[in-house]
Ligand binder design. Sequence first.
Ligand SMILES: [Zn+2]
Length: 103
Amino acid sequence: MKIKKDDNVLVIAGKNKGKKGKVRFAYPEKDMVMIEGINLIKKHAKAKPQVKQAGIIEREAPIAVSDVMLICGKCNKPARVGYKTLQDGRKARICRVCGEVVE
Ligand SMILES: [Zn+2]
């Protein structure tokens, strides 16, 4: 998948369009990502001994990876991701804007 955990991304579609955040979890098998502070849903939580706060809690719900774009750490722009093979044989992601390898 083109987006990984800890990537900074820009949401380009849907109701969170234009927001930026850091990927908290990636779900490659579903092509979904969960992003910090994006797509919050309200959940009702019951009071349990280990949960002090009962009532409504907010948490992130995953969104489709096709709705986000990687923000390149080198040029700081939303970038399409390409791939290239490094000299040691590893496949690396590259930023299509500046051409730099994105780790
Ligand atoms: Zn770049």
